[in-house]
Every structure is written in structure tokens, then in C-alpha cells.
Design a protein around this ligand. Structure first.
Ligand SMILES: *Cc1c(COP(=O)(O)O)cnc(C)c1O
Length: 360
């Protein structure tokens, strides 16, 4: 068996320990005589799995009691619609557009009401986070929306926007559990788990409980009403059982690693190795303004498309997978999520140095 260093933006690398444990439990989960894939979501065994997953997540993120945790399907993209359906009482909301995912959420919200672009970094191909200290937020807005870490462009909000008292909704898909957060500063935190948490198929949403009501936009499907899911503890219908089970294992792995403070330290260390090299390299350049750099997604270029392609090809041959940049951006992108070991980043930088000396 050979495992590569997988720099995919998502679905992405998972902790090897978690995969091994899952493999061991594949045919017989803890004496149940069956795989977690084969069990009823209403069984006692599964109930323990989902309850423990929630408890561990609450502990890791220090989630206050007045927030619900939901395990949902439909991906982050479906949640773009769920936010206005459940929150747009005045049919007006503010969006900060810092990349493609933020833009998609903004465009989706326009189907349901007036979505206002409060700020954007489109003028410089989303290579920075705009100043959000004094945005044109009006009293009639139901919420302010951000994509906290921009997976494609590699930027991250280092301070949350001043929402002038309005509820903050954040898509954290690609920075979920990468560092501690103060949940109480948000009304809703959500993300698809396939970037930094688990396999594809589940969105985790952390929602302040006053936002979970029957007062949703007319026509909201039963399944997309947060109250439906909250009242049933995410078991209104069949949840993505196996994905939740693996997420639960990742939560336990994170606790063992020392929790989110320790992960932040490790992620900063990993990112620094790569950014320091990019800042000193004569061939490779980071594409993001320094103050806005993501710890998770690191885009870079050589400035020459042919050389970029050569790099991606040779890197792949050397066991560094999925370094090609997003199809809309080009160049390269290394996603260095929680589960990417520091050795992977060190080996990548060594490979980049060799490539540089051969191609300078
Ligand atoms: C990947 C991604 C999405 C889309 O996720 P899906 O689960 O595929 O819908 C949305 N937002 C961010 C920040 C992402 O990285």
C-alpha cells in the first residue's frame, strides 16, 4: 500500500488513524455484527454514535447551550438557500463577496429577497479581504453573510466584520475546526464537512436557537426548515449515517491532538513553512495579500502557465497529488488541512526548491 501526500481542496485528506480505525470496524462495529453502513439510524448503537459526535463537537468548539447542532444533507450549496428561507423575515440581507462561494450564496439569496453586496474583493480577483469595519448595513437587514475562508482564492477573514448588531452567518466549510472560534459571535456557523472534517455528504450547522422557528419563507420545503431538523435531532429522515460516524472519529482525533488551540498552532506552523518559502522564492509566488492569507488553502503561481503545468505533472509523479489550482484561477493550490501532516508540507517545499533550481 502506498499513500500519497494529497493536497486536494475537497474531498480531502483524512487522518490516517481514523481511516485505519474505520477499516478495522468495517465488518463488525463494536460487536454489533454489522458495519455502520448497514445499521438503522434509529438503532441504539447508532444513537450513541451521533450523540457522541455532537457532544465531542460541542466540547471542541465550546458551543454554548443556546445553539443547536444539526447534521444535514445537501452540501454547503443547498445551505445557500436554507439561510434566506429560514432567516429572511424582512426579505433583505447583506453579503460580503470575497470569492466564488460567497458569490454563489449571494446570488442564491436574490431568489428569495433583496441581497445587498456590502463589500467585494472582485476588483483584484478576490486576492484580499476587504475592510469590513464600516459597511453600509441598514436596519432592515435580517443578517450579514460571509464566507470565512475562501477555498478557491486562499483568503481568510482575520477579524469578523462589524455587523452593526446584525446576525452574522458564516460559511466555514474550508476552515472548520482549524482553530478556536467564539461561537457566540455568530448567529449561524455552517460548513460542508468534506474539506476539513470528514467524507462528503454532510453539512454541520451550528444555529442560535432563537433562529429555529416556524416563521420561515412561504414555500420552504419541510426538509429545509431548520425547525424540522432540530425538533428531530437531525433524525427527521435518514441522515448521512456513515459520514457522521467518520466525523465523530475525527472529533475524537482532534481531542487527542490537543483540541483546536493545538490545531491552530500546528496549522500556523505548517502554513508558515510554505508561505516563508513562497516569499523567498525566485520562481514561485503566492497570489494573496499577506494580511489575508488562509492557513488552509495556499494558491501560488510561477507566472508561466507552461511551467505551472510542468510543476503539477512532476509533482504528481513524485507523490504530491491535487496541486492544480482551481479551474477558474489556474496556477497551483496546496490545501493543507488539519489532516495534512507537517512532513507533507516540508516534503512539498523541498520538492519546490528542487524544481526551482532545475527550472530557474
Ligand atoms: C466546497 C465549498 C462549498 C460547496 O460545498 P458543497 O458541499 O459541494 O456544496 C461552499 N463553500 C465553501 C467555502 C467551500 O469550500
Amino acid at each position: 500500500m502506498k499513500r500519497v501526500y494529497n493536497f486536494s481542496a475537497g474531498p480531502a485528506v483524512l487522518p490516517e488513524e481514523v481511516l485505519k480505525e474505520a477499516a478495522e470496524e468495517m465488518l463488525d462495529y463494536k460487536g454489533s455484527g454489522m458495519s455502520v453502513m448497514e445499521m438503522s439510524h434509529r438503532s441504539k448503537v447508532y444513537d450513541t454514535i451521533i450523540k457522541e459526535a455532537e457532544a465531542d463537537l460541542r466540547e471542541l468548539m465550546n458551543i454554548p447551550d443556546n445553539y443547536k447542532v444539526l447534521f444535514l444533507q445537501g452540501g454547503a450549496s443547498q445551505f445557500f438557500a436554507e439561510v434566506p428561507m429560514n432567516m429572511m423575515k424582512n426579505k433583505k440581507a447583506g453579503y460580503i463577496v470575497t470569492g466564488q462561494w460567497a458569490k454563489k450564496a449571494y446570488q442564491e439569496a436574490k431568489i428569495y429577497g433583496e441581497a445587498v453586496e456590502l463589500a467585494s474583493s472582485a476588483d483584484k480577483t478576490f486576492s484580499y479581504i476587504p475592510d469590513c469595519s464600516d459597511l453600509p448595513i441598514t436596519d432592515d437587514m435580517d443578517y450579514v453573510y460571509i464566507c470565512e475562508n475562501n477555498t478557491i482564492y486562499g483568503t481568510k477573514f482575520k477579524t469578523l466584520p462589524n455587523t452593526k448588531g446584525k446576525d452574522l452567518v458564516a460559511d466555514v466549510s474550508s476552515c472548520f475546526l482549524s482553530e478556536p472560534v467564539d461561537v457566540s459571535k455568530y448567529a449561524v456557523i455552517y460548513g460542508g464537512v468534506q474539506k476539513n472534517v470528514g467524507p462528503a455528504g454532510c453539512v454541520i450547522a451550528i444555529i442560535r436557537d432563537d433562529l429555529i422557528t416556524d416563521d420561515v419563507l412561504p414555500g420552504t420545503p419541510t426538509m429545509l426548515k431548520w425547525k424540522t431538523q432540530a425538533d428531530a435531532d437531525s433524525l427527521y429522515n435518514t441522515p448521512p449515517c456513515y459520514t457522521i460516524y467518520i466525523c465523530g472519529k475525527v472529533f475524537k482525533w482532534l481531542k487527542k491532538m490537543g483540541g483546536l488551540e493545538a490545531m491552530k498552532e500546528l496549522n500556523e506552523k505548517k502554513a508558515k513553512i510554505l508561505y516563508d518559502f513562497l516569499d523567498s522564492s525566485k520562481l514561485f509566488k503566492g497570489t494573496v495579500e499577506k494580511e489575508s492569507r488562509s492557513l488552509m488553502n495556499v494558491p501560488f503561481v510561477t507566472g508561466n502557465e507552461e511551467l505551472d503545468a510542468k510543476f503539477v505533472k512532476e509533482a504528481k509523479e513524485a507523490g504530491f497529488e491535487n496541486l492544480k489550482g482551481h479551474r477558474t484561477v489556474g496556477g497551483m493550490r496546496a490545501s493543507i488541512y488539519n489532516a495534512m501532516p507537517i512532513e507533507g508540507v516540508e516534503a512539498l517545499v523541498k520538492f519546490m526548491k528542487d524544481f526551482e533550481s532545475k527550472n530557474a
